[in-house]
Design a protein around this ligand. Structure first.
Ligand SMILES: C[S@@+](CC[C@H](N)C(=O)[O-])C[C@H]1O[C@@H](n2cnc3c(N)ncnc32)[C@H](O)[C@@H]1O
Length: 398
């Protein structure tokens, strides 16, 4: 659907697309008095940066797998210790970190390999006021005429009821009539959020409509109460979130065409890496497996050619550029190549314990790649259990 970025280009931070705005690009250096030793391990059980008042109200709620929303206050407090202007969010996901960086006044470039995330970024990151009002949204969805289309034909009994599938087919048809890209992304974002809210676990990795149909109001499903609400009711919260997120800033964020992390250019002052992690004990599934249905909604004309009809949940197969980031055999080489590529920048990597390769190995790689490395840990409550989990950031600079 979108093949080029908003400027029709795909350049590094110092290319024409940015210099057109006549802004200079200062290179990174530390501004705090803190002189990090070569390796500085600091454990934070409480918010380290209580001095930073970073109101998260503009960040949309999300249960996206791996979202850094709950960590963003802490991370932003750390980012502020470095002087930088251009920032690249390589595995951008929900746009949470890009939004936080934009809110700090940074010149943000967003990337993610999934089209549905690119649509989300387009809806949330723009400096323009939201084009769609709640009345427009109501008006748009009131025009939908349910029909038997692709979703009804191929996803019968898989994620949504027959009536909901017919409604989604009608929505896809109505969306195809919108010509303005930004407006289309705003409405698609609202629709995608409603689709996620109506899914057990907010995912599409399993055929499990029966969990909804045999709904025992099980408290292990935090979102069971929303499952039966119509899409047309759930869309409105998402629009409110777009409106709050769309705050004007000094720089207009750049949203890249969906690109494999390795292929992005270097030269940014600050590079944020939040790759998928390889769990030590189990085989992970890909982000495509989790969110393929949203990819289909964003690209309905190509959906039929992409889905795997042999699988009962009808996923879109994970492309090689994604699967290499969830393979134990390839992940480490790719991650280290990526860090090496950006070693002229200040690089921040989000990471976790219990992943492959281990934190010690990554820390050693940072220490050999950068003159200064800092490793920070932060306790966060786990969404589905009472245990807390340690999240990590490593920041390297030369
Ligand atoms: C841990 S999540 C990032 C979460 C994000 N920081 C946030 O706060 O929402 C990892 C992201 O990497 C993306 N991804 C996976 N493979 C990729 C690749 N080869 N290149 C770029 N992005 C990729 C996934 O789509 C996913 O959104």
């Amino acid at each position: 659907m979108f093949k080029t970025d908003s400027r029709g280009s795909h350049e590094g931070p110092h290319g024409d697309a940015l210099s057109l705005r006549g802004e200079s690009n200062a290179s990174a250096s530390l501004i705090t008095g803190t002189d990090f030793p070569c390796l500085d391990i600091r454990k934070t059980k409480i918010a380290l940066n209580s001095a930073v008042n970073h109101d998260k109200g503009y960040l949309p709620l999300t249960r996206y797998y791996g979202s850094k929303r709950r960590l963003v206050d802490w991370m932003v407090g750390e980012f502020q210790k470095y002087e930088f202007q251009t920032a690249l969010d390589v595995f951008g996901g929900t746009s949470t970190v890009s939004l936080a960086l934009k809110n700090l006044g940074k010149q943000v470039t967003y990337n993610d390999i999934l089209e549905s995330n690119r649509v989300t970024a387009t809806a949330l990151l723009s400096n323009q006021p939201c084009l769609t009002s709640q009345d427009d949204l109501e008006d748009f969805f009131s025009k939908i005429i349910p029909e038997h289309g692709f979703v009804s034909e191929y996803f019968n009994g898989i994620y949504y009821t027959s009536e909901e599938n017919n409604w989604l087919d009608g929505a896809i048809n109505e969306l195809s009539k919108i010509k303005n890209t930004l407006r289309k992304c705003e409405i698609l974002y609202c629709l995608m959020q409603a689709c996620l809210q109506k899914r057990p676990f907010n995912l599409f990795h399993r055929k499990n409509l029966h969990l909804r149909q045999n709904n025992t109001r099980d408290t292990k499903f935090g979102n069971w109460a929303t499952w039966e609400k119509p899409f047309s009711v759930l869309i409105h919260r998402a629009l409110g979130e777009i409106i709050k997120a769309r705050q004007p800033a000094k720089y207009d964020p750049i949203i890249l065409p969906c690109t494999d992390a390795i292929a992005l250019p270097s030269g940014y002052d600050f590079v944020y890496l939040d790759p998928p992690y390889i769990p030590l004990r189990k085989q992970d599934i890909s982000y495509m497996d989790r969110y393929h249905f949203l990819e289909g909604l964003c690209n309905p004309s190509q959906w039929k050619d992409k889905i795997d009809l042999a699988k009962i949940n009808r996923p879109i197969p994970c492309p090689e550029d994604m699967s290499k980031w969830i393979s134990k055999v390839q992940f480490k080489d790719h991650l280290f190549t990526l860090i090496e590529k950006h070693k002229g920048s200040t690089v921040c990597l989000s990471y976790v314990h219990d992943a492959y390769p281990g934190v010690q190995e990554i820390k050693s790689f940072f220490s050999t790649t950068f003159r200064h490395t800092v490793l920070l840990e932060h306790d966060v409550p786990h969404a589905l259990s009472k245990k807390t989990k340690k999240e990590i950031i490593l920041i390297g600079r030369s």
